[in-house]
Design a protein around this ligand. Structure first.
Ligand SMILES: NC(=O)c1ccc[n+]([C@@H]2O[C@H](COP(=O)([O-])OP(=O)(O)OC[C@H]3O[C@@H](n4cnc5c(N)ncnc54)[C@H](OP(=O)(O)O)[C@@H]3O)[C@@H](O)[C@H]2O)c1
Length: 220
């Protein structure tokens, strides 16, 4: 049994990760802003009230976890508000940067002491943040924040590899959740199953790489 910490676990892909990992007997710590009935029903320790963009909130989470060793840390939380060249706002871009880019870095920094040699970190990014894959434009706030978190992940991978800690970026596919208005070609449980396969498979030798839940390696 390994200890998984999931940041953003009350709904969507994070909830399905918590469910499937709990069902296979892992120790799951499910972190969220607000609990949900579905989450309470799972075999997981729920820590709610955690706003990932707030440093006091992260400090409080750090204190609640104390000396607990985390084997797998999964940063799932993210936001998407669509925009285009006409509608984009810099304020909205800053919000995306706070949640999608800075929160994964700040949470890792807060919980670094809970990781040890052999621990793995996964950040849910998006292929929409891939520069090589961008063939359509639009979605400025989301794209830029996810491109930036890819750099956060690769940088962390370099800095933590000497300590035996691996960091990876994952794309869950186009998934039917609140984020996509329940459009997409994968149900959240199918995406979570694919993500778990990648999390099981990837290790230190693959640190700093970017993978689709399907197992396809993605370009930056
Ligand atoms: N769905 C897709 O097709 C797709 C594709 C590519 C990448 N992704 C990425 O996959 C991840 C999960 O997406 P999803 O589809 O499951 O989204 P979702 O259903 O909209 O869920 C988003 C999760 O993030 C949490 N969250 C947002 N802002 C937060 C904050 N400031 N502090 C703490 N928690 C916060 C939400 O909590 P609250 O309930 O408190 O808001 C919720 O648990 C995201 O990073 C997303 O960008 C999704």
């Amino acid at each position: 049994m390994a200890t998984y910490l999931i940041l953003g676990a009350n709904r969507g892909i994070g909830l399905q990760l918590a469910k499937q990992l709990g069902e296979r007997g892992e120790q799951v710590i499910a972190v969220c802003r607000h609990g949900s009935d579905e989450l309470s029903a799972l075999p997981a320790r729920v820590i709610d009230g955690v706003e990932l963009t707030d440093s006091d909130s992260l400090l409080n989470l750090q204190q609640q976890l104390a000396d607990l060793q985390i084997d797998v840390l999964v940063h799932v939380a993210g936001i998407l508000r669509g925009d285009d060249l006409d509608s984009l706002s810099l304020e909205q871009m800053r919000q995306h940067f706070e949640v999608n880019t800075l929160a994964p870095l700040a949470s890792l920094k807060a919980l670094r002491g809970n990781l040890a040699a052999g621990s793995k970190v996964f950040i849910l990014s998006s292929r929409v943040g891939s520069i090589a894959d961008n063939s359509s434009g639009g979605n400025y706030a989301y794209r830029v924040s996810k491109t930036a978190v890819n750099m956060v992940g690769v940088n962390l991978a370099h800095d933590l590899k000497p300590y035996g800690i691996s960091v990876h970026l994952l794309h869950p596919g186009y998934v039917q959740t609140d984020m996509t208005g329940h459009r997409g070609n994968l149900a959240a449980d199918e995406s979570a199953a694919g993500l778990i396969e990648q999390m099981d498979r990837l290790g230190l030798e693959d640190a700093g790489t970017f993978w689709h839940a399907s197992g396809e390696q993605l370009e930056w």
